[in-house]
Design a protein around this ligand. Sequence first.
Ligand code: PLP
Length: 443
Amino acid sequence: MTRLLHRAIRGTMPVAIGGAGITLNDADGKSYIDASGGAAVSCLGHGHPDVIAALHRQADRLAYAHTGFFTSEPAEALAERLIEDAPPGISHVYLVSGGSEAVEAALKMARQYFVEKGEPQRRHIIARRQSYHGNTLGALAAGGNELRRAQFKPLLIETHHIDPCYAYRLQKPGESDQAYAARAAQQLEDKIIELGPDQVIAFVAETVVGATAGAVPPVADYLARIRSICDRYGILLILDEVMCGMGRTGTLHACTQDGVAPDLMTLAKGLGAGYQPIGAVLLSQHIFDAFAGGSGFFQHGHTYMGHPMAAAAALAVQDVIRRDNLLANVAAIGAELDRRLQERFADHRHVGDIRGRGLFRGLELVADRATKQTFNPALKLHARVKQAAMAHGLMVYAMGGTIDGRHGDHVLLAPPFIVTRADIEVIVERLGAAIDDAIASIP
Ligand code: PLP
């Protein structure tokens, strides 16, 4: 009997005891290809010697110093590094311990920015229905996944949700990408006008949607339109790249591919590649200036923020990615992964959509391709796929939810950046077997 409260209380889980490269091993001697990097975390794979050596060096020097008293060398170096490669306008970095903390900090930073500027009446956050921004109360309020929010609603701050940019289900037949981008972005402008432009703080969105629908990229022009609407009404754009950022889509920041720079950006997961818990908020010069010229203090903080071990791990991860030119691999092998997924699943009667960027790819499973009818949610097809994949020695991130988080089944692949063409063959073969087994298991 376990004394650990697991995510799911019924059933047992394998015990992970080791990992090397793209593989994890359990205590029973079974090995699994980590085709989802856990939850798009392990971008360098497991047991990377350079990161382990950096952790040893940092542990020998200094494990912890409270940021109320000291800064530290690795935290300063990581901030320097993140700014070197940041989107235009970004000038500073705030280090925290994960994605939800990063989103909480970004929301509070956005609010305090307007307080510093003498606009304390601003109080509304706008986000999108198909989104996940974390499980702490502020981040959960911003997210749009009804399944995750439902029972906590009485505790959530009021947020306003518009439709996501979700071409597979919301683009009309015959509608051009341009026209769809304009229609989807218009919802933001309408919502700002409805709430009152001088009442709105920020719009929050994942550049490429991850944990609610499996790698849904925006259509061309959508984010550029969103950026200009935010500028027109003087509200902040927060891009949440906790899952899709730090190289996962083939460029360090996913929004680079859309030609858009946010005012605030959240990062985590791939930043530390799972070697340590770490997250970050990137903030732009005008936000920093408002704080520096105002109260001189961001009214926030956590005991473990800027943790030296976490910063050292993240710096080592980013060094390896740069030294080994791994983003080129993400782009090349990502294109190969897409090609193999198309070959294997384009004609599959229960795969409705294959999408994504780089090594961030999603499949949407449907009961009927013609009508895009979802499977009955009670069947929990996504959970069956995950279980069948594990039986085949494959880790995939499978999830339920389309727009509202209640219906639909998606599979997300986010393998480590070191994955090879030969690995991709095995991943796609095992995934095919897992999906077929899962569907065959439906009573
Ligand atoms: N934001 C996005 C886009 C995410 O995908 C996640 C986690 O999946 C989070 C925030 C929350 O991150 P964490 O689980 O590290 O708190």
